[in-house]
Design a protein around this ligand. Sequence first.
Ligand code: COA
Length: 259
Amino acid sequence: MSYENLLLDVADRVATLTINRPDKLNALNDRTIAELDDAIDSVLARDDIGGLIVTGAGKAFVAGADIAELAGQGPLDGRARARTGQRVFSKLEQSPKPVLAAINGYALGGGCELALACHMRIAAQGARLGLPEVTLGIGPGYGGTQRLPRLVGKGRALQLILTGEMIDADDAHRIGLVNEVVPRESLMERARSIVTRILAQGPVAVALCIAAVHRGLEGSLEEGLALEADHFGLLASTADMREGMRAFLDKRPPNFTGA
Ligand code: COA
């Protein structure tokens, strides 16, 4: 598929997916969601990609779903649109490869929800985040009502969802919505350094940690602990575990192969 509204670059096993519709502040129209669907599949399938950074072109990360398209929707296509966006974003969340949102500017509505579906979020100073859907007479449709309270707690999530207010990157950091705030000019360098550090670890261990955290939060503590123990045992079958521990004992850096 050729992309009108996305850029996909790969360097040193780190893919950067840039939402590239800056004249509309990267608003997610149906075409862009379809392109994201295709690009995520490609990132997951390609052996030369170990991790992903999601960002936006220009002054916005993503300023939401495309209001011009939403304006014409009825109940059935509205529901279908939400289900499609949820399915695409869930692929990011369930990716065994680490996914980091580098929030360069406005992350509103579907843009905030896109960032919430990533495993980690860092933001540039001056970025603004929020779920302004209520101001349009709708609610979040791409996972915001579910992922935001899981991340920042019910009360803070409801305040953001019900007021529709935007908060700046520092307040987003204070409530745990983003992990770090960095100067705009350092954003991509910091994003790459985090993903690159993860890629230096054992890839099977990384994939199983992502799965344990994600699936563990969706079930009971007992189920999560059982899953963690299963993964702990499974990792003991890998060459990477033997290499990691031998390297520590030999006082040298490990060389993980994913085996
Ligand atoms: N959907 C469709 N178009 C959007 C958009 C969206 N979510 N967000 C911005 N745009 C478009 C604007 O209509 C404008 O297009 P135009 O130049 O053809 O008129 C262009 O992007 C630039 O936006 P503009 O509003 O002029 O920029 P600004 O700097 O004055 O304001 C925002 C920035 C983010 C405050 C403002 O664009 C905004 O409130 N956007 C909508 C946010 C929202 O409600 N998102 C949730 C959607 S469910």
